[in-house]
Design a protein around this ligand. Sequence first.
Ligand code: FES
Ligand SMILES: [Fe+2]
Length: 356
Amino acid sequence: MNRQSLARLRHRVRPRAVPVRTDLAVGGGDRAPLPYASGWFGLALSREVPAGAVVNRRFMGRDVVLYRTRGGVLRAVDAHCPHLGAHLGAGGLVDGEHLVCPFHRFAFDVEGSCVKVPAGAPPRATLAQFTVRERGKIIYVWHGHDAAQPAWEPSELPDDGFAPAATWSTLLTSHPQEVMESFVDYQHQPIVHNVSLREVAPPVAEGPLLRISFSASIRLSVRLATITVEQGLVLSGLGLASGEVTLHQIGMTLGVVLMATPVGPWRTHLRVVVMAQTASRADSPWLRKAAATSWSALAGQALVRTIAHQMGQDARIWNWKRYEPYPPLTPGESAIDHYRRWARQFYSPDGLLTTG
Ligand code: FES
Ligand SMILES: [Fe+2]
């Protein structure tokens, strides 16, 4: 390579000056300015925590232990025993209505109080608890700023009459706000997913809920039939999106729940759950049973596969993008602006300048 072409190459690879971004400086990384949001976050399916089970989950940089007593009471507690810090998810056991630590067998009741030790009187010790709810056969925990109690309930989820039929999950290098933003980012749909999606109405904010109305024709291949689906979604905070998907050709409605649960800073566990109706509306009991067992299972799996495929396409963007706090939006992207204004309520007033 002669000197001239070397000079040309040097010229070409010289980095462009990047403007100094003081708003991205918090925490020292490009991905720091979005802290943990308040709200409800999905940790498990109900069936993953049957009576007598002790299950460990990662949530916002710490471990949370879910357990269910023999009598059916569900609790989400700090993973570490207040005695000498043993991990209750590593060998802890349910004994009747108590959770028992594997280290010195201190037993805690459902209020978190230490009520029994192998010998003598139990010391005053309390196991910290998370606020937990079960809706639509999914287990959610609450995160509030400064330990604030729940300000709302995860009530918009498919509940009675629906049960998880298929599920898929992945770990993302992203934040729940970024993941949920994709539902109002209509412009990326044809580019990233080759799907045409039409905004029916601007997003409507109702406190912690954001109703998103769009119509999409997404093709699901179920054995020999190709089924077209239409959908809209409700965001319940930044951790949950849910909706009903109608498969007109076979007269079936499926529920979809997408959970974006922060396991650490810029680490999000994304889980998709497709719910099928446990009893179809068909008149004949035989048809009801057949619909419940075959079509809904097949359609549920096909829908999960379709969503998983799309989320995989999104993940290639999410895992590498950074959060742009002041994006230059085009006129067709006003839904993103709506969404971001609504999303501010989930951060403490000075939250956008603190790390989560
Ligand atoms: S550490 Fe749990 S009982 Fe001692
Ligand atoms: Fe997408």
